[in-house]
Design a binder for this molecule. Structure first.
Ligand code: FPP
Length: 243
């Protein structure tokens, strides 16, 4: 039996497999990323319908600059296109969009686009969509530590947590990675410390509502212990267990 507490409040996704999806169809890799945006739009709606409060996606990593220049430029174009086409709809759907990552290397046009989209959707509350763009977990931790040092604050776990790029939301309960690889690839290294990990063989452009529901069902069946024993958890919940 599932209950409301079995629904993760925060789901994070490594949307992997766009390139392979396109290559399988003899299309340029960028066509896979375009299809990836369509799936992302569907998943934002699907998560909102399932009362998931926060969806965080890895759209461009600090390491993705190493890709061929045309693919990097293509991803920047897709971002600009998505900003101009989708933000009004997101506004209607109650999506609060936030961009997480370093803005230093981004063009002025993109930076302005990100700021506008964030400002326009800031008061929406149906779902928070964190788009990690030019993001890396190591960058996030080092950046937060640098900020604390600059403010002459002690580098403690609490202070770091409150300074990291996702300080505005709870840690992800569930991290999904599509595309068959089983690694975090520098995504949410700090925040995923106690997340349940779920790996799907589907390429991101093939991911759909049924695949999301399969991930949510597996999440609901897992026992999250946060370092405790099963017996302690049962005692916390007031349930008697037999050894
Ligand atoms: C990984 O697939 C995917 C990315 C590096 C980009 C993900 C981006 C999107 C889904 C589009 C959404 C983007 C924005 C800007 C909102 P891959 O290219 O590594 O695939 P492969 O492993 O098959 O090569």
């Amino acid at each position: 039996m599932t209950s409301a507490t079995d629904v993760p409040q925060h789901v994070a996704v490594v949307m992997d497999g766009n390139g392979r999806w396109a290559t399988q169809r003899y299309l340029p890799r960028i066509a896979g990323h375009r299809q990836g945006v369509e799936v992302l739009k569907r998943m934002v709606r699907a998560c909102a319908e399932r009362d998931i409060a926060t969806l965080t996606v890895f759209a461009f990593s600090s390491e993705n600059w190493r890709r061929p220049a045309d693919e990097v430029l293509g991803l920047m174009d897709i971002l600009m296109m998505a900003l101009s086409r989708e933000v009004t709809q997101m506004q209607r759907d109650g999506v609060q969009i936030r961009f997480v990552g370093s803005r230093e290397a981004l063009s002025e046009k993109i930076k302005t686009g990100l700021e506008k989209a964030e400002a326009l959707t800031a008061s929406n509350s149906k779902i928070v969509l964190n788009v990690c763009f030019n993001y890396g977990g190591r960058w996030d931790i080092a950046n937060a530590a640098r900020q604390l040092v600059a403010l002459n604050k002690e580098v403690t776990e609490d202070n770091l947590s409150q300074t990291l790029a996702l300080a505005h939301c709870p840690d992800p309960d569930l991290v999904i990675r599509t595309g068959g690889e089983k690694r975090l690839s520098n995504f949410l290294l700090w925040q995923a410390a106690y997340s349940e990990l779920y790996f799907s063989e589907l390429l991101w452009p093939d991911f759909d509502e049924a695949a999301l529901d399969a991930a949510l069902a597996e999440y609901a069946a897992r026992e999250r212990r946060f370092g405790k024993t099963s017996q302690q958890l049962a005692a916390d919940a007031g349930v008697a267990v037999q050894n």
